[in-house]
Design a protein around this ligand. Structure first.
Ligand code: NAD
Ligand code: UDP
Ligand code: UDP
Length: 342
């Protein structure tokens, strides 16, 4: 990259699942990347491979506090994304979304920097319109156990649009639908990481409710591609849905994970958590038009790569503990990964 094309790019939440893939992508492209994270759900392991690079810096910082740095672009991803994690300290979750957005918008305003917000399909709540289009205002419980996340993200969208209208900021709002892949936290309670970990360790796959609720799962590489395209696109001044419009029930996901792992685990039904959306799938017409983007990774292919990652992780963990019996991977993939590491 020519020196004049190189940008200083801030990624908040850069040590998390999505953020670490985004940092990696930007570093590889030759950009000058500053990763800011308080390690609430992210880990240094996720970005350890970038630490020696001269175009990568790491700063431990909580975005609910002001941040004074000099950058050209900001990707604001800081916020726990899994229901288990964001409900653990709901007040901090709202502070991260709202105070974090104000601080990052204040920073962007001072620098006249372009800023992208990682928003979410949760702004649609338990939707009454299907598939969801950007014009749909949503159906969100304002006082439930998911509200800290849903309403926090909705308020952040409001702030982004008001800084755009009031201060002329160049903002981008990505409404991200369920995304999965390597570096998801194995204990974060999300469905794909739960099912894969359970399948690889021979435990029952815990399907909540009757398993007929739907989500649409996007592989992480496709999502990172979309985020970079949205940042680089001509200004849109409107939120954009990003996700894979391939709708799947949780029972279908469980079966796909069993196929991908070759695990003999059985499926066990558990109660459905409160306010769990029944049906969700993005309409990505706008993303196709504005970004020339659509996902290219099929679910089976993405699950296979994710299973390989979790299998290698479990194998390394068992190896490090010197007690291979602690974790008993059941699939061929896991056995191969363990053999490769030992
Ligand atoms: P994640 O939990 O893996 O990553 C979030 C990162 O933010 C972590 O590294 C965490 O330590 C950091 N963080 C949290 N609070 C912080 C704070 N106050 N200050 C600084 N850092 C903080 O989650 P993810 O899946 O990578 O999600 C990243 C972003 O994308 C989030 O904003 C999330 O809401 C959004 N999103 C993700 C999905 C998905 O399916 N993965 C879907 C919709 C939206
Ligand atoms: N802020 C920041 N870094 C900056 C500039 C601002 O973290 O470089 C924070 C600061 O906490 C401020 C908030 O962003 O309160 C909003 O800034 P803005 O300029 O919009 O409003 P202010 O509160 O300064 O009037
Ligand atoms: N889910 C499940 N088993 C699990 C974890 C989650 O059946 O072990 C369900 C959950 O009830 C929801 C769906 O899977 O209906 C997606 O959950 P996740 O937490 O991954 O994402 P979100 O609900 O935020 O879309």
């Amino acid at each position: 990259m020519k020196e004049s094309d190189r940008k200083r790019i801030l990624v908040t939440g850069g040590a998390g699942f999505l953020g670490s893939h985004l940092c990696e992508r930007l570093v590889r492209a030759g950009q000058d990347v500053l990763c800011v994270d308080n390690f609430y759900t992210g880990t240094k392991e996720n970005i350890a491979h970038l630490l020696g690079r001269t175009n990568f810096e790491l700063l431990r910082h909580d975005v609910t506090f002001p941040l004074y740095v000099e950058v050209d672009e900001i990707y604001n991803l800081a916020c726990p994304a899994s229901p288990v994690h964001y409900q653990h300290d709901p007040v901090q979750t709202t502070k991260t979304s709202v105070n974090g957005a104000i601080n990052m918008l204040g920073l962007a305003k001072r620098l006249r920097a372009r800023i992208l917000q990682a928003s979410t399909s949760e702004v649609y709540g338990d939707p009454e319109h299907h598939p969801q289009q950007e014009g749909y205002w949503g159906h969100v419980n304002p006082v439930g156990i998911r509200s800290c996340y849903d309403e926090g993200k909705r308020c952040a969208e409001t702030l982004f649009m008001d800084y755009h209208r009031q201060h002329g900021l160049d903002v981008r709002i990505a409404r991200i639908f369920n995304t999965y892949g390597p570096r998801m936290h194995p204990a974060d309670g999300r469905v794909v990481s739960n099912f894969i970990t359970q399948a690889l360790t021979g435990q029952p796959l815990t399907v909540y409710g009757n398993g007929a609720q739907t989500r649409a799962f996007c592989y992480v590489d496709d999502m990172v591609d979309a985020l970079v395209r949205l940042m680089e696109a001509p200004a849109s001044g409107t939120p954009v849905n990003l996700g894979n419009p391939c709708e799947t029930t949780m029972l279908e996901i469980a079966q796909a994970v069993l196929r991908a792992t070759g695990s003999p685990s059985r499926i066990e039904m558990r109660p459905l958590p409160a306010d769990d959306p029944h049906q969700r799938c993005p309409d990505i017409t706008l993303a196709r038009q504005l970004l020339g983007w659509e996902p290219t990774t099929a679910l089976e292919q993405g699950l296979r790569r994710t299973v390989d990652y979790f299998a290698a992780r479990l194998a390394a963990q068992a190896h490090a503990e010197g007690a291979p019996g602690n974790v008993v991977p059941v699939s061929a993939t896991a056995r191969e990964a363990r053999a490769a590491l030992s």
